[in-house]
Design a protein. Structure first.
Length: 276
């Protein structure tokens, strides 16, 4: 069990870093799973890949609790915070397109969870990052509060593209936000908030499907899941802080270059695997 816990710890670290940086957690998971192989059922692993995100979500909630909780206290009385409610309504608006295409998740994973698709999306969005940043356009929306429902809905449409493995949910929403004229800090923070309903919903559906299929976790699998979520939470705390600090004085070109390089590595691994 100790070896399996160490593997889960490593996977949690990978999830915590890659979920928030626009570099595709799926691409990294595919590469990692070539080395880190768990002593667990495939049904559990399918659920684990999604539910491990709960730890990452919790990091967003903890770090931004003051901006996310719509109630407060004033003179000993509970008050409502209209700006926070407005933010949540915009998050809901951006989530609606994802709900419409969510039935495609399983089909996309079955048919497109492969090296070629992941590599292609890594490289495509890597190029997009570089092209978008090279425009040198000044943002017209610099504060999170300035994001309107139109921008929120369009970013939500960009988020639906993450159904294609290798795209990166944060990568798609950040590219979409930059094209809309949002500042890097504003679109990065909004992306964090969008993850809460999307990833929580996906995790819940995976757990329900796991249970309805008559599956049950062994003691080792339970330890793997808990360890993965906990390590993803701790690493996500650091990754989110890093990204929010990074975008204050840097653009996303580095991530574009990194994605292109990773895409090339994925293709190389695919070729080696095919000829092995």
């Amino acid at each position: 069990m100790l070896i399996e816990i160490i593997k889960a710890l490593l996977m949690g670290i990978i999830e915590g870093v890659t979920e928030w940086l626009p570099i595709s957690s799926t691409g990294h998971m595919i590469l990692a799973e070539q080395i880190i192989r768990f002593d667990a059922s495939e049904e559990f692993m399918s659920m684990f890949r999604v539910v491990i995100q709960l730890g990452a979500i919790l990091a967003v909630v903890v770090l931004f609790w003051g901006k996310l909780w719509p109630f407060g206290l004033r003179h000993g009385r509970v008050i409502s915070k209209p700006p926070v409610w407005s933010l949540w309504f915009k998050v809901v608006a951006a989530t609606l397109p994802v709900l419409l295409i969510s039935p495609l998740d399983g089909w996309m994973e079955e048919h497109f969870y492969n090296y070629i698709t992941v590599a292609a999306m890594l490289i495509l969005y890597g190029i997009l990052f570089i092209v978008v940043e090279n425009r040198g356009a000044s943002p017209r929306v610099s504060q999170l509060e300035q994001i309107g429902y139109r921008e929120a809905l369009i970013i939500g449409l960009w988020q639906t593209l993450a159904v294609i493995p290798g795209t990166s949910r944060s990568g798609a929403t950040i590219v979409g936000g930059l094209l809309l004229g949002l500042s890097r800090a504003a679109v990065a923070e909004f992306t964090f908030y969008l993850a809460i309903p999307v990833m929580a919903g996906a995790s819940l559906l995976k757990v329900v499907q796991f249970v309805l299929d008559g599956q049950a976790m062994t003691t080792t699998e339970t330890a793997i899941l808990v360890t993965g979520c906990l390590s993803a939470f701790l690493v996500s705390m650091a990754a989110i802080r890093f990204l929010m600090s990074y975008v204050k004085s840097h653009d996303f070109k580095f991530f574009g270059i990194y994605r292109i390089a990773l895409g090339a590595i994925v293709l190389a691994v695919a070729a080696i695997t095919a000829f092995a």
